[in-house]
Design a binder for this molecule. Structure first.
Ligand SMILES: Nc1ncnc2c1ncn2[C@@H]1O[C@H](COP(=O)(O)OP(=O)(O)OP(=O)(O)O)[C@@H](O)[C@H]1O
Length: 335
């Protein structure tokens, strides 16, 4: 387990970490998720010992490491842009940490072979970093970080510089790797889909503060505040409520919508709006809407519902939200 207690870090008068406390369970894959400048990297680097906290404490597996240098914290670190030794082969790059610790050659060979297999680079051991793709370089970086059996693996946007397809492949690969090696892993990302996809737990940061910590389902279904809700997925604003575009049911009968609305306590009520666009998104259809007072929002419905409803631009609809994180229903009124 990693604990961070009351961590503060200021740059001048700017608080990059503003009293952050966090527990990262042993063996978990925890994502630090937040927008640019929210303090994710500062928090990760403080766990690594690459930043010194102004106040607060960090423990790793029960040991207070607040005043320990990075090399004594038992961590492996992978950055967005991996600084590989260009003149060394993949094998030597992965072996580096073991070689400087003067491990016996046979042990190094076995370990490096195992790691290259785990990261799927067995056939690349004699190549140089320049002869690898970006994704392969990041996998080499992970093998190198894992070589010294770290207690904790810290990843700062490790796939941030890669294109979308490689990113998606690598995050699924990282999840499988984690299930295999079980090393406590902390992943910094600004990509909510990446966090929801790979992490067991997500800590959402904004303005140097933790907004919520929980498993992906809890954060998505029961966000602690509007910031978390908006950051973890698209939202529509209906009246003064935030709702997920998915949580919208469209009917063509306004009277039914009003009757349903009356049954739901806490509903923000029926909002009438004009359909602006009907956008096919593959499995689903997004319906862009505009309320009478000019506010834009979107509903997302299944292709089948969209086909049944035969919605067209220009029609007046009535949107109904029954709760910020529960089902929202929209009734359409043909004109
Ligand atoms: N060495 C520094 N000197 C001054 N300000 C800094 C320094 N390092 C970080 N900051 C500031 O602290 C804030 C938090 O930075 P941090 O890198 O932790 O954010 P982040 O959430 O990781 O953002 P990003 O996703 O853009 O990397 C930012 O506003 C940044 O400008």
């Amino acid at each position: 387990m990693i604990t961070v207690t009351n961590a503060r870090k200021n740059y001048g008068s700017f608080a990059a970490l503003d009293d952050v406390s966090l527990e990262i369970p042993k063996g978990s894959l925890t994502a630090l998720l937040g927008p640019s400048g929210s303090g994710k990297s500062t928090l990760l680097r403080s766990i690594a010992g690459l930043e010194t906290l102004d106040s607060g404490a960090v423990t790793i597996q029960g040991r207070d490491v607040t005043d320990e240098p990075p090399q004594r914290r038992g961590i492996g670190f992978v950055f967005q842009h991996y600084a590989a030794f260009k003149h060394m082969t993949v094998r030597d790059n992965v072996a580096f940490g073991l070689s400087i610790r003067k491990r016996p050659k046979a042990e190094i060979d076995t370990k490096v072979n195992d790691l290259l297999e785990i990261v799927g680079l067995e056939g690349f051991r004699n190549r140089y970093p320049a002869q690898l793709s970006g994704g392969q370089r990041q996998r080499m970086a992970l093998a190198r970080a894992l070589a010294v059996d770290p207690q904790v693996l810290l990843l700062d946007e490790p796939f941030g510089a890669l294109d979308a397809k490689v990113r998606t492949d690598l995050r699924q690969w990282l999840r499988r790797l984690h299930d295999e090696v079980h090393v406590t892993t902390v992943l910094v990302t600004h990509d909510q889909e990446e966090a929801l996809d790979v992490a067991d737990r997500i800590a959402v940061l904004d303005k140097g503060r933790i907004q919520q910590v929980g498993d992906p389902v809890t954060l998505y279904e029961r966000p602690a505040n509007d910031f978390v809700m908006s950051f973890l997925g698209s939202v529509s604003r209906l009246g003064d409520q935030l709702v997920r575009p998915h949580d919208i049911v469209i009917e063509r009968d306004l009277a039914t919508a009003l009757a349903l609305d009356a049954d739901v306590p806490g509903s923000p009520g029926v909002v009438t709006a004009v359909v602006e666009r009907v956008v096919p998104l593959g499995f689903e259809v997004r319906v862009d809407l505009r309320t009478e007072d000019g506010a834009h929002f979107a509903a997302q419905v299944s292709r089948r519902d969209a086909a049944d409803l035969q919605l067209h631009a220009g029609e007046v609809v009535a949107a109904r939200a029954i709760g910020r994180s529960s089902v929202v229903e929209t009734a359409a009124l043909a004109i």
